[in-house]
Ligand binder design. Structure first.
Ligand SMILES: [Zn+2]
Ligand SMILES: [Zn+2]
Length: 330
């Protein structure tokens, strides 16, 4: 099969991945073989191919927003031909303290799709059957792909920030994840304040009906109940913290941050403000979000790229040149 392969140690100016012929994965018990029909590109993929996250394998097929059709390993719930989605959490051990306490997102021995195992920048992928979600009809392959990480983890961020209906919520950064999250916030009658660097992202936020939009130097005109940061920047976390009311929460939706700058405890954190990170997702988050996405008819903007142009898709995410989510179509 054709696949985009990342080699450990690859550095700029070499391309992130090379499209090659590789063996098709063989079916293992408990797994499904999928014919990949679309795979969303996430910022985490960029962190992997740029080395911000340590390489765990010499060769890796990235991609963890997989839309695929079951072609082998079918189960009663997922017969041949079923269209399923696969996300970043590709499996857990089911036995560690976290799994036994309803926190499988924090599992001690997790499988991460497109990081600890091969992912979906390929014509076929092997995935654990119990981590594949049947997808609602109504959304086509390329539009459902960005929901599978950006969407689910954006939704989890709202849970981590403990957003209540009607609250004032800040979104710091307005890429793929934030633009999906705003739809849920609107359905909860929240006021949404967007702070973001890119001009294109500010325009999208305006047209998505944000209450207020500003650039990275601007401060929302009201004290926020909750804030979610999407940019991989510690400075942005401090800006978000500076916009919170007492008792408010900042949820950091980023697997990697450049660094956290020093900040003043007395004015920024005291008053029971909280900073929380958002780590991975549970299968329940995925199921709940996919249901909400279906009910609200959430339809992300996407820019499709053929598998041969996987590097261009990664560059589009890096440079924030696309207004919609990049999706690879094998
Ligand atoms: Zn576990
Ligand atoms: Zn992701």
């Amino acid at each position: 099969m054709k696949a985009a392969v990342f080699q450990q140690g690859t550095k700029a100016p070499d391309p992130f991945v090379r499209v090659e012929e590789v063996p098709r994965p063989t079916l293992q018990p408990g797994y499904l073989l999928l014919r990949v029909v679309a795979c969303g590109v996430c910022r985490t993929d960029l962190h992997i191919v740029e080395g911000d996250l340590p390489a765990l394998r010499p060769r890796l097929i990235p991609g963890h927003q997989i839309v695929g059709e079951v072609v082998d390993g079918a189960t009663t719930e997922l017969p041949i031909g079923t269209r399923v989605g696969v996300s970043w959490m590709g499996g857990v051990d089911g036995s560690c303290w976290f799994c036994r306490h309803d926190m499988e997102n924090l599992c001690d021995h997790p499988t991460f799709t497109g990081y600890t195992v091969d992912g979906g920048y390929a014509e076929y992928a092997s995935v654990r059957a119990d981590f594949a979600y049947p997808l609602p009809s109504g959304l086509d392959n390329e539009h459902v792909a960005p929901l599978l990480c950006a969407g689910i983890i954006g939704f989890r961020s709202l849970r981590v920030a403990a957003v209540q209906p009607g609250e004032r919520v800040g979104l710091f950064g307005f890429g793929s994840s934030a633009s999906l999250t705003i739809r849920i916030l609107q359905s909860w009658k929240c006021e949404v304040y967007v702070v973001t660097r890119g001009e294109a992202h500010r325009k999208t936020a305006q047209s998505s009906g944000a209450t207020w939009v500003g650039d990275e130097s601007a401060k929302p005109p009201v004290a926020l109940d909750r804030a979610i940061t999407f940019a991989p920047s510690g400075k942005v976390v401090v800006s978000a913290l500076a916009s919170l009311r007492k008792g408010g929460i900042v949820a950091i939706n980023a697997i990697h941050l450049d660094q956290m700058p020093a900040f003043d405890y007395d004015t920024l954190l005291w008053g029971e403000r909280q900073i929380r990170s958002v780590a991975n997702m549970t299968r329940q988050d995925a199921r709940d979000f996919l249901q909400i996405a279906h009910d609200l008819n959430i339809r992300p903007k996407v820019t499709p790229f053929p598998l041969e142009n996987a590097n261009d898709a990664l560059l589009a995410v890096k440079n924030e040149t696309e207004d919609g989510s990049a999706v690879i179509i094998p």
